[in-house]
Design a protein around this ligand. Sequence first.
Ligand code: ADP
Length: 489
Amino acid sequence: MPRVLFVTSECYPLIKTGGLGDVCGSLPPALSALGVDVRVLMPAYRAALAHAGRLQRVAEITIPEMGVTAGVLEGQLPDTHVGLWLLDWPAAYDRSGNPYLDSSGTPWSDNAQRFALLARAAVQIANGRVGLAWQPEIVHAHDWQTGLVPALLAPQPVRPATVFTIHNLAYQGLFPYETFRSLNLPDSLWSIGGVEFYSLLSFMKGGLTFADRITTVSPNYAHEIQTPAFGCGLDGLLGARADVLRGILNGIDHETWNPATDPHLVQPFTFEHVEDKKANKHSLQIQLGLPAASTLPLIGWVGRLVEQKGIDLLLDALPELLRLPLQLAVLGSGEARFEQALRTAALQAPDRIAAVIGYDEALAHRIEAGADIFLMPSRFEPCGLNQLYSLRYGTVPIVHRVGGLADTVIDGNSENLRNQRANGVVFDAPEADALCAAVKRALALYREPTVWRSLQRAGMEHDYSWRHSAAAYRDLYRELVDGRMARPA
Ligand code: ADP
């Protein structure tokens, strides 16, 4: 079975800011269950050290290009058998809070150094130079923070194969030319065919240009990013690499997100006892200070408060939405202007809108369980996990037809309802009017209990676990390893 080194900047439950953390926490154990020998390398952030359990210092990595000797702390991804290595260089990683931003929401000024260090360390492990008695056949790097790994490995005549996964193309890790110089990267990388992107250093391009295989987190997003509308300026490059690019839909952690066993819920439930969902709605309404109206549809929202997620569409739609019989529960953090607008909206309509500004894992679970409807009007969405959690929790999603949302949510039109395939409501234009029309459609479906039950059934009985997609990654690894063995010496 292939030996695979996962290199990532976040990994649940050690640290998570979004879907990348969820995926890097749940895909490795799923791969391991399929027999893949996978180990995870990530920075020893303060939060990661606090949550990792027992760790042992097993090696030192000297990185002459950066004048650094970092430690390698070995442990296991909590509650799994997956090996974990934390790269310990306190000056770069031992900080409180967010892995990318300081307390004022500004990117850490040394992010390029922090993630170049992670990449250089990964390369040394990949080359078996660290004395870990384990060498990967494949290095699987994730998002811009690890984009330099394929770039640095590519010129080596003998090296592991590389896979680079795009979790969100919009975050590219762009830095000035001076940073490129200060990182002591090979001169040969400074070109349009390398990591240069309009006179800036692009970490993301390192992955896209040099990886042996590129994956992204849904089939639809794999197509979209080859078009100017979604390609963030990299659609040409991605089109040129289409032969090695594929979309593999994210799975979810079926243990952590299981309505039957979720410890955050006041009343666990299954589809057979979906009426037990009501107790979670009641308790959520009380917790959020909303009237405990059992029949009033409660719409949930969890996510980053940024334009990508369409939070501005929701804010624009609020006057119209408040004319409808519904309540709204929002949990999120992000841009100050959106946080402020939500706080104001909740103050003005306290009986209808609850807004919790912040990051709260338990409340995210409680909203997934307690809401009737989940709203995800994202402008673009590589895969999206919250709609999958919603589907599993019998909370019917309303989504914009884009990226992974289009791959996973099936509109409740009459044909899909007849075929019992429908599991949500899908709208086509990222506009407030279209969002309102979709909410009205959802409310009409909600008023028909049998129809609503069939939407819930389609979501709750579908398998969103990693079973299929982990096998797709394993097959990709096998393909790479077999390809190498077959290559003439
Ligand atoms: P993205 O990675 O673009 O943020 P995803 O839908 O792929 O979006 O994943 C988001 C993950 O982060 C989900 O697990 C979601 O529940 C979680 N999340 C986002 N915002 C919050 C928040 N404010 N509090 C708790 N969890 C959050």
